[in-house]
Design a protein. Structure first.
Length: 64
């Protein structure tokens, strides 16, 4: 799992994935626990070839 800095970076990743024609989806929280409803919490990208996905995500760090 990789880590993004904030929602703006997640949106930027979506834009890059769209440009690369990668399947992707922003995940929006339903608000049933501690996170406010409608909060973008992550993005799913793929499946696709690893080198193609790395063009969008290669700069990200591993989640601690």
């Amino acid at each position: 799992m990789l880590s993004a800095q904030d929602v703006e970076e997640l949106k930027s990743l979506k834009s890059m994935a769209d440009k690369l024609k990668l399947s992707n989806s922003l995940i929006i929280d339903a608000g049933r626990t501690e996170i406010k409803k409608g909060t973008i919490t992550c993005i799913g990208i793929g499946p696709d070839k690893e080198d193609k996905i790395d063009k969008a995500t290669g700069h990200l760090k591993l989640l601690d």
